[in-house]
Design a binder for this molecule. Structure first.
Ligand SMILES: *Cc1c(COP(=O)(O)O)cnc(C)c1O
Length: 462
């Protein structure tokens, strides 16, 4: 015990220990993620085709499977210094509560106004848009963290920011909406009648409370139909995982300082950006044969893309305006149950993580909503942080793994990503506290409906 107490509750890095480069895990993958395809020609998307939608430098990052490190521009490093390094916390109190011999660590990304890790990529994407001389960016937001993060980044760089917010969140989370507006963003509930694709979706699904896939379609349409605008995306894309590698790089440096080696690394997976970022440097070591770790992606049982989806090319959005990505997917038409709280509602998964999962480098589990909130409550009561429901998926599995250690007596080191705080999720907490929360698990028939919408072409059979 005394040996162990040398490790502080919080491990902070000095400014000079912060990473000055992002790490691109694709460089160390033998099987590269499949390229994005042009849905018209079914040929790999070229930089010229992408340039109309995304900023140029971000296109280059998206298509680069070989460069292991990208320098973080000075201006982004300065912004990072306002709210990073984020603490790596030893969960001594949780360990004690659980009476587990496991050593539990979490990397806490909720110490900024957006309340999540999303700011790490928002500032990068806004920076490259500004650098290219654009007027503004458009995007979608689900639970609201990404929209908030992007609003903050755009305010800092004086860029216009237009956010399409999934309607059920827009209504459930008026405070998130107002935070975005305070940072100067223009927020529209999606699906809306301000875009052609929004009007089409409303016609097909009257009364729908929206989905990330719908909101993406609207934001892309808004970007390509306005001069000087590009679209930015808060997750899923390989460029986002690249920016989020700052999480893993800081964690690795902090752990190395104290000679800590995690046995298990756990993260929640919506589109895969925080998990991809957290595991990147560790996965790099595993891919190069230098070390071994267990990686676990945790997803909601109500939106189980890795555990029950198919690994095929699919549209990234409901409106089918985006390129095709090969990923574990439930079909772009999959609409998660409205009773599901907050984020992690995306039908697909990062193509980097999909490939790593398919190659057996990573495991995935799905967990039910009420069990997730129970874990959130347990964590909040001993560790002091009120976690986001998304993050609580990782907490749930970290606790499960720690309890297994209690049975076996193994002193495993468990690391998980605590992606954010849940202050804007109190409606969901209220439902949990009132005993009104239910678990919804889609049936095979429900899933078949979504999967029926996967594009069919030779080599892309389900
Ligand atoms: C967006 C978000 C997630 C899920 O997104 P990923 O891209 O899978 O990381 C998880 N936690 C929080 C707090 C989020 O805001």
């Amino acid at each position: 015990m005394s040996e162990e107490k040398k490790i502080p509750y919080k491990i902070y890095l000095e400014e000079k220990e912060m990473p000055d480069r992002w790490y691109n895990v694709r460089a160390d993958m033998k099987n590269k993620p499949a390229p994005l395809l042009n849905p018209g020609t079914l040929q790999p998307l070229t930089i010229d085709e992408m340039k109309g939608i995304f900023c140029e430098e971000l296109c280059r990052q998206e298509l680069d499977d070989t460069t292991p490190y990208f320098e973080i521009p000075e201006k982004i490093r300065k912004f990072y210094k306002m709210y990073r390094p984020s603490p790596l916390v030893r969960a001594y109190c949780l360990e004690e509560k659980l009476q587990t011999p496991a050593k539990i660590y979490y990397k806490f990304e909720g110490n900024n106004t957006s309340g999540s890790h999303k700011l790490n990529s928002a500032i990068a994407q806004a920076y490259y848009a500004k650098d290219q001389g654009l007027k503004g960016v458009t995007t979608e937001t689900g639970a609201g963290q990404w929209g908030t993060a992007l609003s903050m980044a755009c305010a800092y760089l004086e860029l216009d920011c237009q956010v399409y917010m999934v309607k059920c969140s827009y209504e459930q989370k008026p405070f998130r909406r107002e935070v975005m507006r305070t940072y100067g963003a223009n927020v529209t509930p999606s699906p809306s009648n301000t875009t052609e694709v929004g009007r089409k979706i409303l016609e097909e699904f009257p009364g729908t409370t929206g989905s990330l896939g719908c909101a993406i379609s609207e934001a892309v349409e808004a970007a390509v139909s306005q001069e000087g605008y590009r679209y930015v995306l808060g997750s899923v894309l390989s460029q986002v995982l690249l920016h989020q590698s700052v999480i893993g790089l800081e964690t690795k440096t902090a752990m190395d300082k104290y000679g800590i080696k995690p046995d298990i690394i756990i993260g929640c997976a919506g589109g895969g950006s925080n998990l991809g970022g957290l595991i990147s440097p560790f996965m790099g070591e595993k891919l190069r044969g230098e070390a071994d770790y267990r990686f676990i992606a945790v997803e909601p049982a109500s939106c189980p893309s890795l555990t029950r989806g198919k690994y095929v090319y699919d549209f990234c959005d409901t409106g089918k305006v985006c390129p095709l990505a090969k990923m574990y997917t439930l079909g772009s038409g999959f609409m998660p149950a409205p009773n599901h709280a907050g984020g992690l509602r995306y039908h697909g998964m990062s193509s980097v993580l999909s490939q790593l999962y398919d190659d057996g480098y990573m495991e995935a589990v799905s967990v039910e909503q009420t069990a997730v909130f129970k874990a959130a409550e347990e964590f909040a009561r001993v560790e002091g942080i009120l976690p986001a429901p998304e993050s609580s998926h990782a907490i749930k599995v970290a606790i499960d793994e720690a309890m297994k250690c209690k049975e076996t007596g193994e002193e495993k080191t468990i690391l998980f990503g605590l992606t954010g705080t849940g202050y804007f999720d109190m409606v969901a907490y209220e439902r949990y506290n009132n005993g009104e929360m239910s678990d919804y698990i889609p049936t095979d028939e429900d899933l078949a409906k979504g999967l029926a919408g996967v594009p069919k072409f030779p080599g892309n059979e389900i």
